[in-house]
Design a protein around this ligand. Structure first.
Ligand SMILES: [Zn+2]
Length: 330
C-alpha cells in the first residue's frame, strides 16, 4: 500500500475490514504517480470496491457501503459477531465469484451422499481429504483455503458461495492433519447438495459444525450428509472395546479398525469423538495416526492452483486471488 490514501484506509478499517484484506485487494499497478491523478485515485477505489464487495460510488467519497449485507445465511452466529456480517459476506462473495469465473462449467449436478461415496471409492481406499477435493473439482465446485481473512478476528470456519446454480467453497479454519478439514468440506458440500443455498447467495458456518451441534435442521442434515459420505452411515456406530481411551490407544484402535470400516483412520477417530463427546482426545490422537504434520490448507490450495483456469481472470483478479490463497507479506 502506498502512502497518500490514509483516510481511505482508515475508513475501510473502521468499517471492520482487516488490514490483510485491504493489502490483498490493493491493485498491483498502484504507484505514487497514480495517486497524484484524480483518475488514478478513482480507479483505485473501483478496484478495491470490486475486490472487497463494496458499492463503488460511495467509495469515491470515502464512504464504505457493503454490497452483500442482509441476504447471506449465517450458522452459529453469536450476537457479538453481528456487526461483522457485512464485511465477511461481501469479501466472501467477491472471492467466491472470482473462483467460479475461473472454473467454467455447467450448473452443479445434485448428487446424493451415498452415490458420491460409491463414485469416490471406485478410485480410492477411503473418502479422505484428497479424494474429496478431487470429487469437488470434478463436480465443478472449486475449493480454496483463505490465507487472508476479511476480519482481524479469524471468525469464520467455512463458507459456500453460489452463482447461477454453481458453488464455491471457502475454507477458513486450518488444521495440521487432513481429517478435520475433510469433515468441514463434506459438511459444506452437504449444504450445496441439499439445496440449502436455494434462497441465499451464500452460507457461512461461523463455528466448526462438527463441534457445535445445535437445533438448526440444515446443520443436522449437512452433518448427516458428511458422515454418510465419509463413513457410509449417517450415524456411524463405531464400536470400540476400549472402555476408556487416551490419545495413543485411540490411535492404535482406529488404525487397526480403519480397513474393516472402510473409513480413513483420522476420520474414524473424529467419528468416535462426535458420538462420545471426546473431542480433545480425538484431536490429540491425530498426531499418533499421521506420520507427519502437514497444513491441510497447503494441500487444498496446491490442488486449487492447478485446477483453476487462471486465463479466465484478468491480471488484477488473478493477483487478488493469489494474494488471498497464498498470503501477501509485503
Ligand atoms: Zn453448516
Amino acid at each position: 500500500m502506498a502512502s497518500g490514501e490514509n483516510k481511505l484506509i482508515e475508513r475501510l478499517r473502521s468499517a471492520g475490514i482487516s488490514r490483510a484484506a485491504i493489502r490483498a485487494a490493493w491493485p498491483s499497478w498502484w504507484t505514487d504517480e497514480a495517486g497524484a491523478t484524480p483518475s488514478g485515485r478513482a480507479e483505485l477505489r473501483f478496484a478495491l470496491a470490486r475486490r472487497l464487495g463494496l458499492e463503488p460510488k460511495p467509495l469515491l467519497g470515502e464512504r464504505v457501503e457493503f454490497v452483500w449485507d442482509d441476504d447471506v445465511k449465517f450458522k452459529h452466529l453469536s450476537a457479538g459477531d453481528e456487526g461483522q456480517r457485512a464485511a465477511l459476506s461481501s469479501f466472501g462473495m467477491s472471492v467466491g465469484r472470482l473462483l467460479l469465473r475461473a472454473t467454467a462449467g455447467p450448473p452443479t449436478r445434485t448428487v446424493s451422499s451415498d452415490a458420491l461415496r460409491d463414485a469416490i471409492l471406485r478410485g480410492s481406499r477411503f473418502v479422505d481429504l484428497q479424494s474429496l477435493l478431487a470429487a469437488c473439482w470434478a463436480l465443478g465446485v472449486p475449493v480454496i483455503h483463505l490465507r487472508v481473512f476479511p476480519l482481524e478476528a479469524k471468525s469464520m470456519h467455512a463458507m459456500v458461495v453460489g452463482m447461477d446454480g454453481r458453488f464455491a467453497v471457502l475454507l477458513g479454519k486450518d488444521a495440521a492433519y487432513p481429517a478435520p478439514v475433510a469433515f468441514t468440506l463434506a459438511h459444506e458440500l452437504g449444504h450445496v447438495m441439499l439445496n440449502h443455498l436455494a434462497e441465499a447467495p451464500a452460507l457461512v458456518d461461523v463455528q466448526d459444525p462438527a463441534r457445535f451441534h445445535d437445533s438448526d435442521s440444515q446443520e443436522r442434515e449437512a452433518d448427516q450428509f458428511a458422515l454418510m459420505l465419509l463413513t457410509g452411515s449417517p450415524e456411524p456406530d463405531i464400536q470400540t472395546n476400549l472402555s476408556s481411551f487416551n490419545s495413543p490407544t485411540l490411535a492404535a484402535a482406529v488404525l487397526a479398525a480403519s480397513g474393516e470400516y472402510g473409513v480413513e483412520p483420522g476420520t474414524l477417530a473424529l467419528c468416535l469423538a462426535y458420538r462420545r463427546n471426546a473431542w480433545a482426545v480425538a484431536m490429540s490422537s491425530l498426531r499418533f495416526i499421521y506420520k507427519e504434520r502437514k497444513r491441510a490448507s497447503d494441500e487444498v490450495n496446491q490442488i486449487a492452483e492447478t485446477e483453476l483456469d487462471w486465463s479466465l481472470l484478468n491480471d488484477e483478479g488473478a493477483h487478488f486471488l493469489r494474494n488471498v490463497m497464498f498470503g501477501k507479506d509485503d
